[in-house]
Design a protein around this ligand. Structure first.
Ligand SMILES: *Cc1c(COP(=O)(O)O)cnc(C)c1O
Length: 496
C-alpha cells in the first residue's frame, strides 16, 4: 500500500508539502520544523533487512519518508553518498570492546557522524530542486558547533547551483575542527567565525530563514536560502538508517536474537541523532530505551526529568564541543508529537522559549520516561570514561562518545536493565586528540602534527588520510563577524 506521506509545520500553519519541498526549503515559513504527517511503518521484515548492505537498507528506510522521489532518484543519491568516501565498506562498523557495543558513525569524509547525513543531503537537495523546478541558486546557511560545518562544506563543495556559508563559534571548536573548515576548497564555499557561541549562530541563521523581507530580497537577486542543519528533514531521514543497521549488526554479531530489544545511548546536542532513533523505534525497530546523554550543558537531562525546558543557565565550554548547546532545535519535533500535533500549542511554547528562555510542558514527566532516560556526564566523568575504556580494552573513545559511555554506565547501575546497550559513537578520536591524551594521562605535544602521531601511537591506528591533508593545507577562509552581524555578513558574501 502506498501511503501518501506529506510534511507539515510543527507550528501548524500552511498547507502540507511534499518531501522535496521540505528538503529544498529546510524550514517552514512560520518558523516551525517540517515533520511527517504520520510515522511510517517498515514494510520489510527484519529477516529481509538482515541480508542487505548499507545502501540497500538506506533505500528501504528512506523511500518511506521521501515518497515523491522515484526509485531511480533515490538509488542515485544513495549510491553516490555511501561509497569509498567512507574508509570501510561496512560504512558503519560495530565494535565490541569488552562487553560494550559501539556503533562507529565516524568513518566518513570528515570523521564525524554528520557525514552520515551530509554525504547524501547534497544529492537529495539538488534532486529535490530539480523536481520543484527551482530557478534560484540555493544558498545553504549553516550554523555549526564544529562538525556539521565541515561535513556540509565537504558535501556541497563544487555542487553546481548551490552556495554554502558556514558560521562557527570562534572559540568553541577544536583546533582540528577549525582547520578542517578554514582550509575548505571550492569556490562556492564560505566560512565565517562568529564572536559568540553555537546558540547565537543558530538563532541568527534561523532568523534569516524566517525573515519575509529577506526572502523577497533574495528571490529578486536570484537566490533562495536553505539549511544543512538537522532542522532539515533531509538530514534526519538518512540518520534513521544506521539505527536499523546497528540493530542488524548486533544480530549478525550474535549479540542478540532477531526480534529482541536493544537500548541505544546517544550523545546529544541538538536532539537530531536521538530523534532519528525515536523515528526508527516508531517504525517498528525493536528498541527498548533511548538514553539521552548530555555533557555539563544538561538542559535535556532536566527536561526529561521535569517536562520543563529551561535554557537560562550558564553555558559551559566542554571537551565535547559539538554538544555545547542550550537550545536543542529538534526537540520541537518531539514536543509536537507530545502535544498531539497541536501546532498552536507548539507555537506558544516556542514563543515562550524565545521570550523567556523556557517553557513548561503540561505533561507528567513519567510519560517522557517511558521511552527516554536522560542523564549527563561532567568533565571529570567524561575523562574517567575515556581512561577506563582505554585501560581496560585499549579502545580510544572521543569525548562525545565518552559522555554516552559514562551515562550508559549510570543507566545500567540505576535501572539494572539487562538488555544490550549500543553506544552511539559520533566522532573519531583524531578530532579531539588533546582532550583524550589529557584524560589518559599522556603528555600532549603542542603541535598538531605531533599530537596526531601520538594519537596514532597510543591507539595502534594510522592517522586518517583526511587529517594529514588538512594539516598540510593552506588556510583559505579568514572571515570573522560579531554575533549580531550575521545577516550583514551574508549580504557581503552574496554581493547584495
Ligand atoms: C553534532 C554532534 C553531536 C550531537 O548530535 P545532535 O544530533 O545535535 O544531538 C554529538 N557528537 C558529535 C561528535 C557531533 O558532531
Amino acid at each position: 500500500m502506498m501511503e501518501n506521506l506529506v510534511y507539515k509545520s510543527t507550528r501548524g500553519h500552511g498547507d502540507p508539502v511534499s518531501a522535496s519541498y521540505a528538503i529544498v526549503h529546510g524550514i517552514a515559513e512560520d518558523g516551525g520544523l517540517f515533520v511527517p504527517d504520520h510515522l511510517p511503518k517498515m514494510d520489510k521484515t527484519l529477516e529481509e533487512l538482515l541480508t542487505m548492505d548499507y545502501r540497500a537498507l538506506a533505500y528501504e528506510v528512506m523511500k518511506l519518508y521521501l515518497p515523491d522521489f522515484s526509485e531511480d532518484e533515490l538509488h542515485y543519491c544513495i549510491d553516490r553518498a555511501y561509497d569509498d568516501k567512507f574508509d570501510t565498506s561496512k560504512i558503519v562498523p560495530l565494535s565490541h570492546p569488552g562487553e560494550t557495543h559501539v556503533l562507529e558513525l565516524f568513518h566518513g569524509a570528515t570523521l564525524a557522524f554528520k557525514d552520515m547525513a551530509l554525504s547524501v543531503l547534497p544529492y537529495l537537495m539538488t534532486t529535490a530542486a530539480h523536481k520543484q523546478n527551482l530557478e534560484e541558486e540555493i544558498v545553504i546557511l549553516t550554523a555549526t558547533s564544529g562538525d556539521t560545518g565541515k561535513a556540509a562544506l565537504e558535501g556541497f563543495a563544487n555542487v553546481s547551483g548551490v552556495r554554502i556559508i558556514v558560521f562557527y563559534p570562534k572559540e568553541g571548536v577544536s583546533p582540528i575542527q577549525k582547520l578542517q573548515m578554514v582550509t575548505q576548497q571550492g569556490d562556492n564555499t564560505h566560512v565565517v567565525a562568529i564572536k559568540g557561541n553555537f546558540d547565537d549562530a543558530q538563532r541568527s541563521v534561523k532568523e534569516i530563514f524566517t525573515n519575509p523581507e529577506e526572502a523577497v530580497k533574495m528571490k529578486n537577486a536570484g537566490y533562495m536560502f536553505s539549511s544543512a542543519n538537522s532542522i532539515n528533514i533531509g538530514r534526519l531521514v538518512p540518520q534513521i538508517v544506521y539505527y536499523y543497521w546497528g540493530y542488524l549488526q548486533m544480530v549478525r554479531d550474535q549479540k542478540v536474537e532477531l526480534g529482541d530489544s536493544v537500548n541505544f545511548c546517544v550523545p546529544t546536542g541538538n536532539f537530531g541523532n536521538i530523534l532519528a532513533a525515536h523515528y526508527a523505534k516508531s517504525m517498528g525497530l525493536p528498541i527498548g530505551k533511548l538514553i539521552c546523554a548530555s555533557n555539563s550543558n544538561n538542559v535535556l537531562t532536566d527536561f526529561f526529568h521535569t517536562a520543563r525546558y529551561n535554557s537560562n543557565r550558564p553555558f559551559h565550554i566542554t571537551s565535547s564541543p559539538s554538544m555545547d548547546i542550550l537550545v536543542s532545535s529538534n526537540l520541537e519535533r518531539l514536543v509536537y508529537e507530545l502535544c498531539q500535533g497541536d501546532g498552536a500549542k507548539v507555537q506558544e511554547l516556542m514563543d515562550s522559549l524565545r521570550q523567556r528562555g523556557s517553557y513548561i510542558l503540561d505533561l507528567d514527566p513519567a510519560l517522557l520516561q517511558e521511552e527516554f532516560w536522560a542523564d549527563f556526564a561532567d568533565e571529570e566523568e567524561t575523562a574517567e570514561a575515556i581512561r577506563q575504556m582505554y585501560t581496560a580494552y585499549h579502545y580510544v573513545m572521543d569525548p562525545h562518545t565518552a559522555v554516552a559511555y559514562s551515562v550508559a554506565e549510570k543507566y545500567g547501575k540505576e535501572t539494572g536493565d539487562a538488555r544490550p546497550m549500543v553506544i552511539v559513537s559520533t566522532a573519531s578520536p583524531y578530532k579531539f586528540p588533546a582532550s583524550i591524551l589529557a584524560a589518559i594521562g599522556v603528555p600532549a605535544p603542542k603541535e598538531e602534527e605531533a599530537l596526531m602521531e601520538k594519537m596514532s601511537e597510543i591507539s595502534d591506528t594510522t592517522v586518517p588520510q583526511r587529517v594529514r591533508q588538512v594539516l598540510g593545507s593552506q588556510i583559505r577562509h579568514h572571515r570573522v563577524c560579531e554575533k549580531d552581524r550575521v545577516l550583514a555578513e551574508v549580504h557581503d558574501i552574496l554581493g547584495l
